[in-house]
Design a protein around this ligand. Sequence first.
Ligand SMILES: C[S@@+](CC[C@H](N)C(=O)[O-])C[C@H]1O[C@@H](n2cnc3c(N)ncnc32)[C@H](O)[C@@H]1O
Length: 285
Amino acid sequence: MPYDTTGKVSLDHIYTQADPRAYFTTLREFEYCIPQLAAPYFADLIRQRQTRLGRTVRVLDVGCSYGINAALLNGGATMDELYEWYTDPIVGAMDREEVLARDRKRFADGQSRARIVGFDSSRPALDYAYASGLLDETVCADLETGDLTESQRARLSGTDLVISTGCIGYVGARTITRLATVDGDHRPWMAHFVLRMVPFDPIEECLRAMGYDIELVDGVFRQRRFVSDEERDQVLDTLHSRGIDPRGLEDTGWLYAQLRVCRPPGSAGSTPAADGVAGQHQPRG
Ligand SMILES: C[S@@+](CC[C@H](N)C(=O)[O-])C[C@H]1O[C@@H](n2cnc3c(N)ncnc32)[C@H](O)[C@@H]1O
């Protein structure tokens, strides 16, 4: 299996399929759960923004893939339900159009919390998520190497809250800076769940230079199990080399993330809380 520079396995092939079946079949095995743990925090931030703005909040999901966070926030689904839904043997025998029709029906009645625009470098994932009704708009771009077109800028304009799970590391300061500055002086709030071994400093420095306040929210959040002993050993080495203590966390067999909330100048807000889902995150100590 190929590994990235942090020692983490590269699962790139499942991000570019025509539909989400390979994604959920593969990640179920490793109990990928960060979108589930993130959802109540995102929901709280959407509530805070809505109270302040008095209108529907415009969310941008960076690295949205097949609209996973949208399925949880707007589609009324849980990760467990999505794993069941996409790995059902009946679905394995369907073609893409049949899977899509089934999804459209399922997500048609979702209680929409926010308007969600999906941003990703994978065109097939975005096309599927848009067609299924989970995303209101999409932008396909790789801002680590390129720039936004005028039409993409227009679609990103007016974003109130940028969210991400499992994406920082694939995208870094270059992407986040471009997303923060799409709109002149209108700067969005941001909430990123970031693996502990992935340095957030370069992003933090750029955002601070724009006047952002960065809050590291208490607690650590399971992302997924290690794929193999080899991956675990490599990630533990990376953590040690960065002076991060893995005891009680990664050395128990799981990758862990932390939540950073980034607020632009002049915006008051409270630390997001996971209302009614106590026990879903694991405070340290
Ligand atoms: C681990 S997946 C996370 C997907 C989803 N947020 C979740 O938690 O289930 C990482 C996503 O980042 C996307 N990605 C990788 N490099 C990217 C880039 N340079 N710009 C935008 N998206 C990128 C991939 O296509 C993939 O959909």
